[in-house]
Design a protein. Structure first.
Length: 158
């Protein structure tokens, strides 16, 4: 289970929610995921994202899968994963950070979201706490991450 931030290329004339509704309308949980087919522009966006995250944040591991391009941060303050699919992207943070560590890792996740927005034109939204990543407060996200992490530690650990 992960804390998820969604980024999407909002379709002209639609709101973020309308774009998401259209993307989700044809979703079949039993079907195979569509293979990744990036345009040249999208591939260039990914290269810029990868370079900028590496430069501004630090070392990352990057892999190409049949369904997405992925990067993971290495080292402190924690692991943040970005999956990029061209017109959508997702940031995932494991529910294992609490207190000050949660704030540090959510600040990192929001920095990555800002880079993705800047380099690709995707719009980020943190549905966990109901705020856009561009103007939202990482502290609000950290409070949520920390609360769920603490609950999981108390109730799911032996």
């Amino acid at each position: 289970m992960t804390y998820d931030i969604t980024l999407v290329r909002v379709q002209p004339g639609l709101t973020l929610q309308e774009t998401l509704d259209r993307l989700n309308a044809g979703f079949d949980p039993d079907a195979d995921l569509p293979l990744l087919r990036l345009t040249g522009t999208q591939r260039n966006e990914w290269e810029r994202i990868l370079r900028r995250v590496s430069r501004d944040i630090g070392p990352v591991e990057s892999e190409e899968f049949p369904y997405s391009l992925t990067l993971e941060t290495l080292g402190p303050p924690g692991r943040v994963q970005l999956d990029y699919c061209g017109d959508t992207a997702h940031i995932e943070v494991a529910y294992r950070y609490s207190g000050p560590a949660a704030l540090e890792v959510m600040e990192l996740a929001y920095r990555i979201a800002h880079i993705v927005e800047d380099e690709s034109g995707l719009t980020g939204h943190d549905f966990e706490v109901g705020q856009p990543t561009r103007t939202g407060a990482p502290g609000k996200a950290a409070t949520r991450l920390s609360g769920v992490s603490d609950w999981a530690q108390d109730h799911l650990s032996e």
